[in-house]
Design a protein. Structure first.
Length: 441
């Protein structure tokens, strides 16, 4: 192709025009080499609620995967030469994706064909592989293969709602629940989030969530908080460094919204997160939001933010969190360092803080986040916190496995069985969940 494609990571003013961060631009390759940027074609411009997630090139087409309010939409652009593209639409287009589903597209043989692989999955739908053509906008896909369903999704529904964060920002979230769930606050509900590194929390199928949680009457929530990539670079950048607290305020806002809607109540609400998500739920343990949760699962977490940059891969994350060795940056970093908040905020005289029931999991051989984060936090909770303020603190460290916490499927199954047993015995106590069928064991 004689076209240059440019994806912007920050706003760019050129030739009297300002292009927003997250935009996709095209121009003739010769013009790009010559530094002539007057002939751009704008293929995608982000909005406050939309972002470009990925692109796939075939022989004659460019397929864009766009998130609009965390719902996937495909756009098909046909190349016409000289760095120019024409958007192609079809009345039977496969561009629309139902809410609660996600789709990814890959070229089959990009130099010779416009055929594409289309992979679809949803919270309640296992992965399915289809063969389609960009030439007809994927209007007539052929089913190739699909994974089997691993849990009974009958009677389960997916919804999307929004919560209002502390600064007025609307934060979307997905709720997967039983259709006949009573809105009386009695449903055990598991709130999941990440909020970092421009990673989007999009719909995906999880056999473990379905069999161990949803089938047995629990509700699952995915929070699309700031720090992620759901709405492009600006959504990520809104929670960097001194603004990290915005991600935690967003998460707390979702928790409050679930309680206000009658989906659940503090005693029936738990949160879960791993890695950067472990830092997220570690803050839920030590912020005012601790009152919102009956239990917390904190996996392979970052917790000591004064030393994170000296351990394993931590130095590569300073653009996200800041540099603790800089006194000015440490002033804001310590406000979201759970290890320090526990001592400096939670345990101060007059504090009414109480630690939710908590399970920490980590791996001795984690090569990204050092297990020392979890070890130190648990030791401080056990040594410095009175028993009535931290009634249940559990810790599990697998001596094998990397950042995923398990080395193989057997270990992974054990870890997740333990996790869901903890959740049912804390926020699910008294709900008498139906045990899984023998076929699921």
């Amino acid at each position: 192709k004689d076209a240059a494609l440019i994806t912007l990571r920050s706003d760019w003013e050129v030739a009297g025009q300002t292009y927003l961060s997250g935009s996709l631009l095209s121009l003739p390759l010769e013009d790009c080499i010559a530094g002539n940027f007057a002939a751009f074609q704008l293929l995608f411009a982000p909005t406050a609620r939309s972002s470009l997630q990925s692109s796939a090139a075939t022989k004659s087409f460019m397929v864009l995967s766009i998130l609009k309010n965390v719902r996937t939409e495909l756009q098909f652009w046909e190349y016409s030469g000289q760095g120019r593209w024409v958007e192609k639409k079809s009345a039977e287009s496969g561009s629309g994706v139902p809410m609660g589903y996600d789709v990814s597209v890959m070229p089959v043989w990009p130099t010779d064909s416009d055929d594409v692989w289309v992979i679809k999955e949803g919270f309640l739908q296992p992965d399915a592989l289809q063969l389609a053509s960009a030439a007809d906008c994927a209007a007539a896909p052929t089913d190739v293969k699909a994974k089997p369903a691993m849990f009974d999704a009958a009677g389960l529904v997916t919804e999307q709602w929004e919560a209002t964060s502390a600064d007025g920002t609307m934060v979307p979230y997905f709720l997967i629940r039983r259709a006949d769930m009573p809105l009386d606050g009695s449903t055990p509900t598991l709130l999941d989030g990440y909020g970092g590194f421009e990673i989007s929390m999009t719909p995906g199928y999880s056999a473990g969530v379905g069999a161990a949680w949803l089938e047995r009457g629990g509700a699952k929530v995915i929070a699309n908080i700031r720090g992620g990539g759901e709405f492009g670079p600006s959504w990520h950048q809104a929670a960097l460094k001194e603004n990290r607290h915005k991600a935690y305020e967003d998460f707390e806002a979702v928790a409050r919204d679930l309680i206000a809607r009658g989906v659940t109540s503090p005693g029936r609400l738990a949160c879960i997160g791993g890695s950067n998500g472990g830092l997220l739920v570690g803050n839920m343990l030590t912020r005012e939001g601790a009152k919102l949760f009956g239990a917390v699962v904190c996996q392979v977490p970052l917790l000591d933010m004064q030393r994170y940059h000296t351990l394993l891969a931590g130095a590569s994350w300073m653009a996200e969190y800041g540099d603790p060795d800089d006194p000015e940056e440490w002033k804001f970093i310590k406000t979201f360092s759970p290890y320090h908040r526990l001592h400096d905020v939670c345990l101060q005289p007059g504090s009414d803080w109480k630690c939710p029931q908590v399970l920490f999991t980590t791996s001795t051989k984690d090569d990204r986040v050092h297990p020392g984060h979890a070890r130190k936090m648990v030791r401080r909770l056990l040594d410095e916190v009175p028993g009535d303020k931290a009634p249940k603190v559990l810790y599990w460290e697998n001596i094998e496995g990397g950042h995923g916490g398990a080395a193989d499927n057997k270990q992974r199954a054990y870890m997740w069985a333990m996790t869901y047993a903890f959740l049912w015995r804390t926020i699910g106590e008294g709900t008498l969940p139906k045990p899984p069928s023998a076929s699921k064991l």
